[in-house]
Design a protein around this ligand. Structure first.
Ligand SMILES: C[S@@+](CC[C@H](N)C(=O)[O-])C[C@H]1O[C@@H](n2cnc3c(N)ncnc32)[C@H](O)[C@@H]1O
Length: 272
């Protein structure tokens, strides 16, 4: 890999070499700023348009009702925040946060859909780091993160922050790509992710970003391990479902009454 002006390749961190699929925060932000203009189109090409369906399912798991307030963390170009708007309307509020200004600029273009009319929602897109959210405890009825947790430099800190800002009894939802375990899907996944996705990235002019994607998925905890991390972040009644032939995992947990930071005795029920 070669370095470009605003992107240090994997393995170049100025100190201890990071593990594959890991980038420092400044590198993640620079990467998303750089690919923002490509992001929505690449998602559609890479998933044959299914990414919208997966975000709809994530928003359903947040179980928001009209008038609720919801937070979408690492919102990117805002599509999951817009799904949440459809569920809190009318009268609810949604905030989408991200640390990439360029991704947020594209999210704001979509904002007008909920600005006025009978299903208006107070929707804001704000710049913030997921690891240190600028919101008080218990502010939201639900928080979601779609395809973002994988990029957190400290997964536990990111999930702990989401749990902190959600009211007791509220939901925290994590939508992520996961590695299918069994052939033939694991074989297809390898072909798709290790060859097709980087090739599409080369075609689109950003080979580095789209070779980071498969390696970041590989190093991300599997569904059961992720449920364990959520439990250690104070979430209870954790459930997850695997869909899209084993490549998409949707996790949901509830914020416990007292957020102690210790394992909350998760009632884990894998739902397939
Ligand atoms: C793969 S995109 C996902 C965007 C969107 N949620 C979606 O469903 O398409 C990952 C996003 O996470 C953001 N991100 C990663 N780490 C972050 C952090 N620590 N704080 C805020 N945003 C972060 C990136 O800037 C990027 O926009």
């Amino acid at each position: 890999m070669t370095a470009s002006a605003n992107f240090a390749p994997e393995g170049v961190s100025g100190g201890r070499p990071p593990s594959p699929g890991t980038l420092e925060e400044t590198q993640v932000r620079a990467m998303f700023d750089r690919i923002a203009g490509l992001y929505d189109r690449m998602n559609t090409v890479m998933t044959a348009g299914l990414h919208h369906h997966w975000r709809r399912r994530a928003a359903d798991l947040a179980q928001c009702k009209p008038g609720d307030s919801a937070l979408d963390v690492a919102t990117g170009t805002g599509d999951l925040a817009l799904e949440l708007c459809a569920r809190v309307a009318p009268g609810g509020s949604v905030i989408g946060v991200d640390f990439s200004e360029q991704m947020l600029a594209l999210a704001r273009v979509k904002q007008s859909a909920y600005a006025t009319g009978p299903r208006a929602v107070a929707l804001r897109f704000e710049i913030a780091n997921a690891l240190s959210l600028p919101y008080g405890d218990d502010e939201f009825d639900a928080a979601t993160v779609g395809f973002g947790a994988r990029n957190f430099s400290d997964l536990q800190q990111g999930l702990r922050e989401m749990a902190r800002v959600v009211k007791p009894g509220g939901r925290v939802v994590v939508l992520e790509i996961t590695n299918p375990q069994r052939p033939p899907l694991s074989t297809f996944f390898e072909l798709w992710f290790d060859r097709l996705v980087p090739a599409l990235g080369r075609l689109a002019g950003d080979a580095q970003a789209y070779s980071y994607l498969p390696s970041s998925v590989r190093r991300f905890p599997g569904p059961e391990a992720l449920a364990g991390v959520m439990s250690r972040c104070g979430l209870t009644r954790i459930r997850y479902l695997i869909t899209a032939g084993g490549i998409i995992a949707l996790h949901v947990g509830e914020v416990g009454e007292a957020l102690t930071g210790e394992p909350a005795g998760a009632d884990r029920a894998p739902a397939r």
